[in-house]
Design a protein around this ligand. Structure first.
Ligand code: PGA
Length: 259
């Protein structure tokens, strides 16, 4: 079954509001209106930039979406410093990255936290926010050879208690930690091997039909030079782009490679 590719930019902790508006406008200017028929495009800026960036894309009417990089699972309350699903929904987010390896590594996010966030995002579909669930192994796990099992465990944990119908709205991003921000991309074969295994896990959890409709992205030093070969793999349905998403031209070249 044909899955519409998704190219999502993860801006991480970059861009002040002024810088973000300029970058969003540059991205918008580089895009052709009919591309969005064939590829979904979104950027995930810091919380402070979400509304201004959303407003730029809304004005330009191209259909570029906006996503958050994180969210908390409780809807409101005494959780100083956190941001809830209703808050990012009202801003206009259509995606939310969950369980990025930097959050797992630097902020102690566990598989259980990731699961609670996925469930919070998928529980209210009135104005859907699709989770982009990040999984991926460290270099040590890769070299030891147990990376398929490691990623399988992360996927199972992230989706615990989620039913097949809800899971169809989720996106999984395979981001090997050793490839993030290092310039050392996984080869298309390495990326396909794990993305294919992720789809098999999804099929075990949710059935073939649901698994065939869930988008699996690759992320980790994807750029305009390597995107085409990665995106040509049968189980890679798009990319989660860090560094290269901060340059409008590079990001849009990756979007083009997904057409
Ligand atoms: P990178 O980051 O493209 O800079 O490697 C990807 C990510 O962390 O999502």
């Amino acid at each position: 079954m044909a899955r519409k590719p998704l190219i999502a930019g993860n801006w991480k902790m970059n861009e002040t509001i002024g810088e973000a508006v300029v970058l969003a406008q540059e991205i918008s200017n580089e895009m052709e209106p009919d591309w969005l028929d064939d590829v979904d495009v979104a950027v995930c800026p810091p919380f402070t930039d979400l509304k201004p960036v959303y407003t730029v894309f809304e004005f330009d009417k191209l259909g570029v979406g906006v996503g958050a990089q994180n969210v908390y699972w409780e809807p409101s309350g005494a959780y100083t410093g956190e941001i809830s699903v209703p808050m990012i929904r009202e801003i206009g987010c259509s995606y939310c990255i969950v369980g990025h390896s930097e959050r797992r590594q630097y902020f102690g996010e566990t598989n259980e936290d990731v699961n609670k966030k996925v469930c919070a995002l998928l529980s209210d579909r009135t104005q859907p926010i699709d989770p982009i669930v990040c999984v991926g192994e460290s270099l040590a796990v890769r070299e030891e050879g147990s990376y398929i099992g490691f990623v399988d465990d992360q996927v199972r944990a992230a989706f615990a208690g989620v039913d097949a119908e809800a899971a169809k709205s989720a996106v999984v991003a395979y981001e090997p930690v050793w490839a993030i921000g290092t310039g050392r991309t996984a080869t298309p074969e390495q990326a396909q091997e794990v993305c294919g295994a992720i789809r098999e896990t999804l099929a075990v959890l949710f059935g073939q039909v649901a698994a065939a409709s869930i988008r699996v992205l690759y992320g980790g030093s994807m750029n305009e030079g390597n995107a085409e070969l990665l995106l040509a793999q049968p189980d890679i349905d798009g990319g989660l782009i860090g560094g290269a998403s901060l340059k409008a031209r590079s990001f849009v070249q990756i979007v083009k490679a997904a057409l």
